[in-house]
Design a protein. Structure first.
Length: 493
């Protein structure tokens, strides 16, 4: 089972280079993201207190809701603190009262919060806690300002103000470091831009997703190299390994066979083209499938800049899905088993899918609610032209079924900083869930490190029809490890 990094060694080098262009690593520093900020070039800045010491909020705004009522607020430094010190943060609000609507830890005195730090630290923080429920249609916001830094030659730059919203208004923008989990990329990370929230779940937490909408469709776990093949049988008891021995070797990805796309779901996210047929109310139309369970999540430590996302193969099951009214009925067993497990799976209103874990034999929570996420950082089964299905790392999906759409903008047309709402072309938006996909980076290869593309950024229309511009600021950690992506975004409307 190949992954993208090993593709350079295994397939026509010209094909993959045409598919994945190469650019230099790109960083953005204007609001001082903590991991990507480069310390000042002068040695004086790092060894004496005479160089500028810049302090800023990590985010320009924070969004809270009645479901999320506590948030750590980070302030970041341009370089390690040259000595012990403190930052004073003041706040004001015409709509919210301290210790009634909200409070902070440490506690404020005379509307000032004193945040101490020690020599060598690169950030400090306080906790904001919402104390009262916000009524529908009600808007409350608190504005924080960095008012004093005790270090000599300190500079307040970038996000010197922070707005905390206690209403349903969209976040103005900010930065995210998606918790993918390093070079094994063990997590899927769901990002809600307008709510400034991320949800990380183990990518092997689920196997099958049962659509909650009007279509009775089953989706495979696209992050663990799963594939499925249809048999001629409609009775699980009639299927054993001998009966499907010619089919089993074909049910695979990463074998450079263009015809293997039939064994995986359409990568664009089109539910009309899942690998399994739509589940019929007529039981005789629901066939038995052979399910390649893919691979466990890798645990080996790869060379710096590479990935190790796939471990041991998990084997095969035979499965069949039927309908019982509005419920799915999943039947599954080992290939040579004469008996099978059966479980009823209900649709989940308000969610894209109901997720099922075959190993644990239970329903699991994976995605947030349908309208509460926009981007999914994940390993993904995509298609290489003329080579069939293939496993990609550092992949980003949009929430197609929740209504998120996106398109790419070239810096030859607009600079990121100059792009405004007036420049948005609504006809360019696409609901293909690979609108970002792997186009934001290249994975490296022999003699070449992985890097960002610096010649593009993205326009996102989220599930609430907020429009954001977004560009990536990191692919790797400070030490060059894969699985540490970061981006910045800004509200346009």
């Amino acid at each position: 089972m190949a992954t993208e990094d090993h593709f350079f060694y295994a397939f026509n080098i010209t094909l993959i280079f045409n598919y994945l262009n190469h650019e230099k690593l790109h960083y953005f520093y204007s609001i001082i993201p903590p991991r990507n900020f480069i310390y000042a070039c002068s040695s004086d800045d790092n060894n004496t207190p005479t160089g500028e010491f810049v302090v800023a909020f990590e985010q320009p705004s924070i969004q809270l809701s009645n479901d999320l009522q506590s948030r750590e607020v980070q302030l970041v430094f341009s370089r390690p603190a040259p000595q012990n010190g403190f930052v004073e943060v003041g706040f004001s609000s015409a709509q919210a009262s301290y210790n009634e609507d909200f409070t902070t830890f440490p506690e404020a005195v005379d509307q000032q919060i004193n945040l101490s730090f020690e020599t060598g630290e690169t950030s400090t923080s306080f906790t904001f806690e919402q104390l009262t429920q916000v009524l529908e249609g009600e808007e409350k916001s608190i504005e924080f300002e960095i008012t004093e830094v005790s270090i000599p030659n300190s500079v307040l730059s970038g996000n010197t103000f922070l707005t905390v919203n206690l209403s349903e208004s969209a976040a103005l923008g900010g930065n995210f470091e998606a918790e993918v989990g390093g070079p094994n990329q063990p997590n899927q990370v769901f990002i809600n831009l307008s709510g400034q929230q991320q949800t990380a779940i183990p990518r092997d937490a689920w196997d099958l997703a049962f659509h909650s909408g009007s279509k009775n469709r089953v989706v495979l776990n696209y992050s663990t190299q799963m594939a499925v093949g249809k048999t001629e049988f409609t009775n699980l008891a009639e299927v054993n390994q001998a009966a499907v021995e010619t089919l089993i070797p074909q049910i695979a990805i990463g074998n450079f066979n263009p015809e293997n796309m039939v064994f995986v779901d359409e990568p664009s996210g089109d539910l009309n083209q899942t690998a399994m047929d739509e589940v019929s109310s007529n039981p005789e139309e629901n066939h038995v499938y052979i399910l390649n369970l893919g691979n466990v999540v890798g645990t080996e430590t790869p060379q710096t800049g590479s990935v190790a996302v796939s471990g041991a193969a998990r084997g095969y099951l035979k499965i069949r899905v039927l309908l019982d009214g509005d419920q799915y009925v999943l039947q599954y067993a080992d290939l040579d088993a004469s008996e099978f497990n059966e479980v009823s799976i209900s649709k989940s209103p308000g969610f894209n899918h109901t997720f099922f874990n075959l190993n644990q034999q239970n329903i699991v929570q994976v995605e947030p609610e349908q309208e509460q996420w926009d981007l999914n950082f994940t390993v993904f089964t995509d298609e290489i032209p003329n080579a069939g299905s293939y496993m990609f790392t550092d992949f980003i999906l949009t929430n197609r079924h929740g209504g998120t759409e996106t398109y790419q903008v070239s810096t030859d047309e607009y600079s990121y900083s100059d792009f405004t709402l007036e420049n948005v072309v609504s006809g360019n938006f696409s609901n293909d869930q690979r609108g970002i996909g792997s186009t934001w980076r290249q994975g490296g290869g022999p003699g070449q490190a992985p890097s960002l593309f610096e010649d593009r950024f993205y326009i996102i229309q989220d599930t609430q029809e907020n429009i954001y511009k977004l560009r990536f600021t990191a692919l790797v950690s400070e030490t060059g490890e894969r699985g540490f992506p970061a981006f910045e975004f800004q509200l346009l409307n």
